[in-house]
Write a protein that binds this ligand. Structure first.
Ligand code: ZN
Length: 415
């Protein structure tokens, strides 16, 4: 069905990445950087010019738009979502995208810093792009494929559907969000205005990747109140909270239970911060697992380790505080099997092998899923993200557009 169509995702991508949209974790504003709005405004103009007439952006930099249904059926309203910001890890100013035509498997040397070399040894996935075009930055910045590839693919999907009214689909909502990279992508989202019942983020890697599972996550803070006295006369009285907190950290198991000793489906308990003075000190942890119940087991075990240390200091006291952070999106998605089944069907029709891998982290999709908008994650092709090595294959971007069009069509067919 795509034979006569000229894909525009690459051309769009090359333009979008040149607009600096880096978000700023130090800033509490929404958006965290005003410059993100430059891309929001451009996207609204482009959407209107291709015929998506209600496209609009708001004070926070979100973009909302609708491709109206052309079907008589009652099709669920689906949303495709990407984020416009780029990661604070690496400069996003003056990005110079380079298209390496007809890649043959050679080393790709980035011209503005020739010490940066992409090789198939380092990035074996390059091999599947031999004979096709690769896009990189020039060596001084990240590329911004995360997530402007997703933005470009959604824009090209919109263009395709507008140009091909013979393809039946329900109402399609488009959503572009700011500040995803600093964990604030859903902070000011207006789900009422969006009006979708399901969503897909385009924010994944290799072609064929479909992510429907994230960690469940809690934070734990253990605060110790010691006993303070003049240190010159502290004998038998003074109890130093800093030392107790240090002992708790030292009592954690060495053979597992940490990011450095776990992988795949294993969870962990990870101390991330120690703060305090002799009188009062605290140690904070992040607790992660794919099964929410396991978090509670980990927290019980952590508490008994801390209590074990405290026993030696009967005059010190402990406060053990748990804060829920996010939950595995699968807990929501399992109640909506069509969302994954239809995506898998779209992948298969596009000739892809479906690769389902759990994400050892959280996504905006996990937050959206628990806000009432079930939302797995689809590949865009992005590779080596958040770095100057970041690259993407053009054929993956075109595949992602195909998948989106097919997905819109499959939801209509099956309604
Ligand atoms: Zn991303």
């Amino acid at each position: 069905m795509f034979e006569k169509y000229k894909f525009t995702a690459t051309e769009r991508f090359l333009r979008y990445v040149q607009i600096d949209t880096q978000s700023n974790p130090e800033c509490q504003n929404h958006p965290s950087t005003e410059k993100q709005k430059n891309l929001s405004e451009l996207l609204v103009n482009e959407l209107q010019s291709i015929g998506v007439l209600d496209a609009e952006t708001d004070d926070y930099g979100y973009v909302y738009a609708t491709i109206p249904s052309n079907s008589e059926k009652n099709v669920p309203v689906i949303c495709f979502c990407s984020h416009i910001d780029t990661a604070p890890d690496c400069s996003g100013t003056n990005v110079k995208p380079l298209v390496h035509k007809d890649y043959k498997g050679e080393n790709i040397i980035l011209p503005d810093d020739v010490s940066l070399i992409l090789t198939v040894e380092k990035y074996p996935y390059l091999k599947s792009h031999i004979g096709h075009d690769i896009i990189t930055a020039s060596g001084l910045t990240l590329l911004g494929a995360d997530d402007k590839s997703g933005v470009a693919e959604i824009m090209d999907m919109a263009n395709y559907l507008i140009l091909h009214p013979e393809i039946k689909h329900g109402t399609i909502k488009i959503l572009f969000t700011p500040d995803e990279e600093i964990g604030a992508g859903t902070a000011k989202i207006d789900l009422q205005k969006l009006g979708a019942s399901i969503a897909y983020t385009l924010d994944g890697g290799e072609a064929g990747t479909l992510e429907d599972e994230t960690f469940s996550a809690d934070g734990v803070k253990i605060t110790i109140d010691g006993v303070i006295s003049h240190p010159g006369y502290g004998k038998g009285k003074l109890v130093n909270a800093i030392k107790i907190v240090g002992e708790i950290a030292a009592s954690l198991p060495n053979d597992g239970w940490s990011p450095e000793t776990t992988e795949m489906r294993e969870g962990f308990v990870h101390p991330v911060q120690i703060e305090g003075i002799a009188e009062k000190a605290s140690i904070s942890f992040i607790v992660r697992d794919f099964e929410t119940n396991k978090l509670f087991e980990y927290e019980d075990r952590l508490k008994s380790i801390a209590e074990g240390v405290l026993k030696k200091y009967p005059t010190a006291t402990m406060n053990f505080e748990v804060v829920e952070q996010y939950r595995n999106m699968k807990e929501v998605l399992q109640h909506h099997p069509n969302i994954i089944a239809n995506a898998e069907e779209a992948f298969i029709r596009a000739g892809l092998t479906v690769v389902k891998e759990p994400i050892r982290g959280g996504t905006d999709g996990s937050r959206l899923s628990f806000m009432g908008l079930p939302c797995p994650n689809i590949f865009t092709g992005m590779q080596a993200i958040h770095s100057k090595h970041e690259w993407i294959g053009v054929k993956d971007m075109e595949k992602a557009v195909e998948v989106l069009v097919l997905l819109a069509q499959i939801w209509e067919e099956r309604s």
